[in-house]
Write a protein that binds this ligand. Structure first.
Ligand SMILES: Cc1cc2nc3c(=O)[nH]c(=O)nc-3n(C[C@H](O)[C@H](O)[C@H](O)COP(=O)(O)O)c2cc1C
Length: 370
């Protein structure tokens, strides 16, 4: 059976992470993937969208069976307890994805403090809720809080430089996220085939594990990552298009139907973002070129300089997804959408990925080494 150090560290069956895909709900997807034997991740940034994107917040609380009038900590507590209840009998393992960028710091502290409190109140939750996965910010400064509370700490990076910073911070698992990945992507593009082995070579050791993200969707890509020295892979777009995924049917079907050269990069909420190519997203890319060319030049801008009409356009286009308005909708996804042709159940998908990876890895010596 296929197995790696990531399985040993987390107690998962297969070396796969279901990506957190905020601000959208992953509440039911996380249950399905955790029960399928991989690490399931709940996204949490949707909890901060009550006023800015109420349609996103509504979907988040509905799928998490939470009370929309509760405060953020109480909603998260409900979602964490629900997830625990739904995975515990099958031994599922899960975590939360938390954005720790400057503008999300207050929110991040609410999420992590709530996670710690929920586990203290019911220690068995800790046997299933094992991971805090931080993203979109500096890892330095979070070690004491996250690892001090006994969580395994995972952080995602777009470069070797930030991977080295993670190592300094004491991160347990570094996810190297290539530019082909879905939604928010790095200002300076380096894709998985270069980034993943570069990060493995620089930081992987007895204490620090590495996983790849961006472009992974099946047994072939999982096997390739393991051969490159990774301890596992994270998949976003692939899990988005599954039966149990919380994403709108329009979004899931658009991934399945995407076809060749299916995505483009244009302005997103916190920087460059990868979208499915549609007339609407093409227009957004053209506007980005005019109003925020740094997205294509690798020169970051932020909320002090950004033309807010781009953010408004993004918000309106995401709202359109929730209204089922195909013409106006913009849907984030990775380049790998072009390789996704079906919408399976999460468990069937995981079994097929693992079966294919095992068969390929078994054949390697005979096929390639004579
Ligand atoms: C719709 C969508 C939303 C995402 N939101 C987040 C997020 O909130 N935080 C994060 O760390 N990564 C986010 N990602 C990136 C994923 O976590 C993951 O790294 C990426 O999807 C991997 O590439 P792939 O799409 O080729 O599998 C998002 C991806 C998608 C497709």
């Amino acid at each position: 059976m296929i197995k790696s150090r990531l399985c040993d560290l987390l107690g998962i069956k297969y070396p796969i992470i279901q990506a957190g895909m905020g601000p959208f709900s992953n509440n039911n997807l996380c249950v399905a993937t955790a029960n399928a034997g991989v690490l399931g991740l709940l996204s949490t940034s949707g909890l901060a969208s009550k006023d800015t994107q109420p349609w996103v917040y509504k979907a988040f609380v509905e799928t998490g069976e939470a009370n929309p009038d509760d405060d953020r900590a109480r909603v998260l507590e409900t979602v964490l307890k629900r997830t625990y209840k739904l995975v515990k009998d099958k031994g599922g393992i899960f975590g939360v994805n938390v954005m720790v960028s400057q503008e999300m710091l207050e929110h991040a502290n609410i999420i992590i403090d709530t996670a710690i409190r929920v586990c203290e109140e019911n220690p068995d939750i800790k046997n299933h809720f094992k991971v805090i996965f931080t993203s979109a910010g500096d890892p330095i400064g979070w070690n004491d809080k996250i690892k001090g509370a006994g969580f395994t700490w995972i952080h995602v990076v777009p470069s070797v430089r930030t991977a080295l910073r993670c190592k300094k911070a004491g991160v347990d698992v570094i996810v190297a996220s290539g530019h082909e990945g879905g939604f928010h992507t790095s200002w300076e593009p380096v894709h998985s085939m270069v980034l993943l082995p570069a990060v493995v070579e620089e930081v992987s050791d007895d204490k620090t594990l590495v996983a790849g993200a961006g472009g992974f969707s099946d047994g072939k890509t999982l096997a390739a990552a393991l051969i490159m020295g990774a301890d596992g892979v994270q998949m976003g777009t692939r899990f988005l298009a599954t039966q149990e995924s919380d994403f709108h049917q329009l979004w899931k079907e658009s991934v399945v139907e995407a076809g060749d050269r299916a995505t483009l990069v244009a302005r997103g909420f916190v920087g460059p973002a990868r979208w499915l190519k549609t007339p609407r997203s093409i227009e957004h890319a053209q506007n980005t070129l005019k109003k925020s060319p740094g997205v294509f030049l690798g020169t970051p801008d932020d909320y002090t300089t950004i033309d807010m009409s781009l953010i408004q356009y993004e918000n309106d286009s995401i709202k359109a997804v929730y209204e089922g308005n195909k013409e106006k909708a913009m849907m984030a996804a990775g380049e790998v959408a072009q390789r996704i042709k079906d919408m399976p159940k999460a468990n069937d998908l995981v079994q097929e990925i693992v079966r294919e990876a095992e068969a390929l890895l078994r054949n390697v010596p005979q096929r390639l080494l004579g």
